[in-house]
Design a protein around this ligand. Structure first.
Ligand code: ADP
Length: 255
């Protein structure tokens, strides 16, 4: 099987009037189809920069990136991006928020409308299709944001701290819910988080980054022998603590 995403020796620096900030140094990794990978690292090390490069919002200063074997040189319609804030617009109904991405790309076909309705039904939001985002709970809002991203059928999902605006309790249930939806969709996902528990509970592998400029310290494969492998069940499994401690140690290596 060929990787979906391939990064080879990618580096990036920000240039401002105050000087240069080196953010990423020589980053190489691949993502296989259907794999869920988390990226963790100290605050300010370059995690969001990495996602912005993959999303095509910025160009690397060195190195190569390819998606499905094709060089990634600009914003690709094959990539879906989910951020910390759900960016649902209050002046639009939930349904019209969900089709917004398709609308911007001029792709609102009868098929897209039918798929939007099907996804809203599948994920229990059909009753809220005509509601405003403020009528939804935090978890339902994240579901709506995810449906909007999935509607465009991306090959790769980028998730930048998608749960960090939620309170701790909500965050556990929403990450469990969203994690399972992504698994069922079979999409390849790359999650950036500062929360090690979230990384271990959701992913197949955790990429540990060093302090800025970020380089890869280690890639830790995460495997659970659970009958029902869900994020919440993982949190209660004996292996959870082992993985958490292993990654924690890597993160605090320099200190
Ligand atoms: P993280 O997501 O790991 O917290 P970021 O990727 O946001 O880190 O930032 C990495 C480093 O690059 C930080 O030191 C940050 O201050 C710097 N940085 C981020 N964006 C910019 C920018 N637009 N201009 C200059 N420096 C930036």
């Amino acid at each position: 099987m060929e990787p979906i995403l391939k990064l080879s020796n990618v580096s990036y620096s920000y240039h401002t009037p105050d000087g240069e900030t080196k953010a990423l140094a020589d980053i190489s990794f691949t993502l296989m189809p259907g794999e869920f990978t988390a990226v963790v690292g100290p605050s300010g090390c370059g995690k969001s920069t990495l996602l912005s490069l993959i999303a095509g919002l910025m160009q690397p200063e060195a190195g190569n990136m390819s998606l499905g074997g094709i060089p990634l040189t600009e914003n690709s319609s094959k990539i879906g991006y989910m951020l910390q804030h759900d960016h649902l617009f209050e002046w639009r109904t939930v349904y019209r928020n969900v089709i917004l991405g398709a609308e911007i790309r001029g792709k609102v076909t009868p098929q897209i409308r039918a798929r939007a309705e099907q996804l809203l039904e599948q994920y229990g939001l059909e009753r809220f299709a005509r509601s405003r985002p403020s009528e939804l709970s935090g978890g339902m809002r994240q579901r709506a944001a995810l449906i909007r991203t999935l509607l465009l059928d991306p090959e790769l999902l980028l998730l930048d701290e998608p749960f960090s605006a939620l309170d701790y309790q909500t965050r556990l249930t929403v990450s469990d819910d969203i994690g399972q939806i992504i698994r069922r969709s079979g999409k390849t996902a790359l999650l950036v988080t500062h929360d090690l528990s979230e990384a271990v509970s959701l992913s197949d592998r955790v990429i540990v980054l060093s302090k800025r400029p970020a380089s890869i310290v280690r890639i830790v494969p995460v495997r659970f022998s659970l009958e029902k492998d869900t994020p919440l069940n993982r949190r209660n499994a004996p292996e959870f603590k082992t993985y958490f401690n292993e990654i924690w140690k890597e993160l605090n290596h320099d200190e």
